[in-house]
Design a protein around this ligand. Structure first.
Ligand SMILES: *Cc1c(COP(=O)(O)O)cnc(C)c1O
Length: 462
């Protein structure tokens, strides 16, 4: 499989090259040149298999030029070994035909572990083979950073620097980033919001001298390997509810459009997905856009679902690429307009988006009420992001198609909000109950590209 840029001006790469590169040199995002399709029989045969086996069958066509079959199977086994649940991504029933897909049983209690643990193993294998080392820089609204640090800590071919918005992540999220003692881990608290962190990261990738000098690699959700790992649980969940013989819908609490874009690829691969529903908090650029109001940046407003406090949704570019008929030039032009505030989506592209996607927005009060309601009615304590999903899912579900809402984080990652809403304190799983006692290590830093690049240059291992 070859990988092409959404803006059409960067060289085609292999999976391994696209993974190690992250952002394409024309500023675009990598995508497979064609989407592999699974037959209905192949999908039916996934029912009842272990998660790791489903993962192998779904991802194999995307990576088979870069890894040997046994090598890739071993990578998958190592990636999910540290999860606290044998099912990896178990389903729970909320009511007649609404289900929760629990994606928070990984080492940092959020769905990002599914992709990040896999990427850590893929990087290790690829770099070992090449005798190379890289500097990973990531921007996080909270969960990506801790997941990246857990995935890369202690690997000698990698330094990992994580930029997070100072004061805007939860205490559990912060401690997960600042307490690992490994010398290749560097947590940076930036004076700015998540969009500032993400913009600084993009600027570093566009500074080719810096990028080549430190061998910069990205593991943000722009990295296609992240999206790839997330396709798997759409398959595992759908087949356990009767796919391909029965359609299912998904509701996905979304900020960067990464997780839900994986659902779109699953659908294009042949999984019978009826609707893909985007659920946003008050930072609602995606909901506004899918409602026909164009894609215009607003100011990011901090919310109780902070991992979705995003006003520029980086993976949406991939959806636009398909909505605009795989026209890289058109996407490049839209992204130019975005620099000046935003753009209107053409009528044809809107129709293409609406074929797959619906959307909804949830207020802060509704999020709290949904946490309470879900505990009372279904005996489940859910995190605020998951609550955003549940609320939108209830508005969009139909009687005859099961709805699956992605439960993106464990409630114990956001204990203050969950307790305020429900009156119950969500305990951390016992394997991480000493988190509040471990010493923290973090550098506070200005939202300034020069300062950030300088810090990184001075702190990478020789
Ligand atoms: C990252 C994250 C999201 C948003 O995921 P995207 O891929 O950015 O859309 C939602 N919920 C939680 C808990 C997250 O960590």
């Amino acid at each position: 499989m070859r990988y092409i840029s959404t803006r059409g001006q960067a060289p085609e790469l292999s999976f391994e090259e696209a993974m190690l590169t992250g952002l394409a040199r024309d500023g675009g995002l990598y995508l497979p040149a064609e989407i592999p399709v699974m037959s209905q029989d192949e999908i039916a045969a996934l029912a009842g298999l272990p998660y790791e086996e489903i993962a192998f069958r779904v991802m194999w066509p995307y990576v088979n030029e870069s890894f040997a079959e046994d090598e890739f199977k071993a990578i998958i086994a190592r990636a999910y070994d540290g999860f606290g649940h044998d099912g990896r991504a178990p389903l729970k029933q909320l009511n007649e035909n609404h289900f929760l897909l629990e994606l928070f049983h990984g080492p940092t209690l959020a769905f990002k572990d599914f992709a990040m643990q896999l990427i850590g193993q893929l990087f290790q294998e690829a770099l070992k083979r090449r005798g190379d080392r890289v500097t990973i820089v990531g921007a996080t609204s909270g969960d990506t950073g801790s997941a990246a640090i857990e995935a890369f800590r202690g690997l000698d071919a990698v330094d990992v620097f994580i930029l997070f918005p100072h004061g805007r992540v939860s205490e559990v999220q912060r401690r997960q980033m600042t307490t690992p003692a490994d010398s290749n881990v560097h947590a940076l608290a930036v004076d700015g919001d998540f969009d500032d962190c993400q913009a600084a990261l993009k600027d570093m990738f566009n500074d080719f001298e810096f990028r080549d000098g430190v061998k910069l690699a990205g593991v943000n959700s722009i990295n296609f390997a992240r999206v790839l790992a997330q396709i798997v649980y759409y398959f595992s969940a759908a087949v356990s509810l009767g796919a391909p013989h029965r359609k299912v819908s998904f509701t996905v609490p979304t900020g960067n459009f990464g997780d839900i874009f994986a659902g779109y690829l699953a659908k294009r691969m042949g999984l019978p997905i009826d609707r893909l529903v985007v659920a946003t908090n008050q930072n609602d650029i995606l909901h506004r856009c899918l409602s026909g109001e164009g894609y215009f940046k607003g100011d990011t407003v901090p919310s109780i679902s902070p991992s979705m406090d995003i006003q520029v949704s980086s993976n949406f570019e991939r959806a636009l690429y398909f909505a605009y008929g795989e026209d890289g030039g058109a996407v490049a032009q839209l992204m130019d307009e975005l620099k000046n505030g935003g753009f209107n989506v053409s009528q044809g592209a809107m129709e293409a988006l609406r074929e797959s996607f619906d959307s909804g927005r949830v207020s802060e009060d509704e999020t709290l009420a949904t946490i309470k309601h879900t505990l009372t009615r279904s005996a489940e304590l859910v995190c605020p992001h998951t609550a955003v999903g549940i609320k939108v899912a209830e508005e969009h579900r139909s009687a005859d198609v099961p709805m699956i809402t992605l439960a993106t984080a464990h409630p114990a990652k956001f204990p203050a909000t969950v307790e305020k809403a429900s009156g119950e304190h969500p305990p951390l799983p016992s394997r991480m109950s000493d988190l509040y006692e471990r010493p923290e290590r973090v550098t506070r830093i200005a939202n300034d590209l020069g300062a950030l690049e300088d810090h990184i240059r001075r702190h990478i291992a020789e």
